[in-house]
Design a protein. Structure first.
Length: 320
């Protein structure tokens, strides 16, 4: 009989017999099982080493993965927090900039209202603007009426054309419904009809002073201001002459660039009442009109414009 085959078939029994024999041998020899213990410990150690190594490697890998994921999550959350904080700071900076601009505008308007003793001014906010028209936050409830003037510290804005209870519509110098009595600041020259009006093309944002006598000396760059006959009183800046157009007849016209851009306004003043002093009306001074010579008085010279023609019928003019 083959011993290897027997051992293979009865391996558990053979192993048990060997262990019992070793135990009896240890008892007889007095070694107290140290030999078998060492053998078993070695076998267990050899068998468990790969498992322990695998456990250690797996544990380190899991720990590193967890740490990476945790750190990534922390960095992501910090980044999100920084992005939100930056967005909040940008909003605050933008708001602060807007408040600073608003503060400067209000200071300028308050100083203008205090220094302008000729007019009673009502500050109002602009609700909307469209094609040369402004809708303001004020109407008949605040005493605003049609044909009242609208100004800023820089100059003339336009005329109130429609009034409701709590809002009003302002036709600016860019709108054809706005007509303002005007004169050249240097020599107090009025045109034949005494007004300026929109040029009819809002895209170039110019006004026109028509029917200027050909003999009058009008130059580009000169200031045009309100005349005493206007609803603003005399001397408020309207704009500068951009060009002078000479026609084939007896008249020429001037293109005027308004000093105020209505599309950039947030607040305006409505002129509720105006009191011109005698000097301004007589032409000795011109109120707030720009002075070409800051060190001297505003030059005043008589106008050479022709008198307005008599439009009456001949039988009326020559009747006894």
């Amino acid at each position: 009989m083959n011993p290897g085959r027997i051992i293979s078939e009865y391996r558990p029994q053979v192993l048990l017999i060997v262990l019992l024999a070793g135990s009896l041998f240890s008892l007889v020899m007095g070694t107290e099982g140290s030999f078998i213990q060492r053998g078993l410990s070695r076998m267990v150690s050899l068998t468990a080493y790969p498992l322990l190594k695998l456990q250690q490697t797996t544990s380190h890998a899991f720990s590193r993965s967890y740490k990476f994921v945790k750190e990534y999550q922390d960095v992501f959350e910090q980044n999100q927090a920084l992005v939100e904080e930056m967005a909040t700071m940008k909003q605050q900076v933008s708001r602060l900039h807007e408040l600073q601009q608003e503060n400067r505008r209000i200071r300028r308007m308050v100083n203008y209202a205090r220094s302008e003793g000729r007019m009673t001014l009502l500050p109002v906010a602009i609700l909307e603007s469209y094609k040369g028209l402004l809708r303001i936050d004020g109407g008949s409830a605040k005493g605003i009426d049609v044909s009242m003037g609208v100004v800023t510290p820089e100059g003339v804005v336009g005329i109130v054309t429609e009034v409701a209870d709590f809002t009003a519509t302002v036709a600016t110098l860019h709108h054809m419904d706005c007509r303002v009595g005007a004169m050249v600041s240097r020599n107090r020259l009025r045109a034949y009809d005494g007004i300026i009006h929109a040029s009819g093309n809002d895209f170039n944002r110019l006004c026109t002073m028509e029917y200027i006598d050909m003999k009058e000396n009008v130059r580009a760059g000169e200031w045009v201001v309100t005349s005493p006959e206007s609803q603003f009183g005399a001397g408020l800046p309207i704009g500068r002459i951009k060009s002078v157009q000479t026609g084939a007849g007896l008249w020429k016209s001037a293109e005027i660039e308004p000093v105020v851009d209505p599309y950039r306004l947030d607040e305006v003043f409505v002129v509720m009442q105006i009191i011109d002093d005698a000097d301004t009306i007589a032409g000795v001074g011109s109120g707030n009109s720009p002075n070409p010579d800051p060190d001297g008085p505003l030059p005043v010279s008589p106008s050479n414009a022709p008198d307005m023609p008599d439009m009456r019928a001949p039988q009326e003019r020559f009747a006894p």
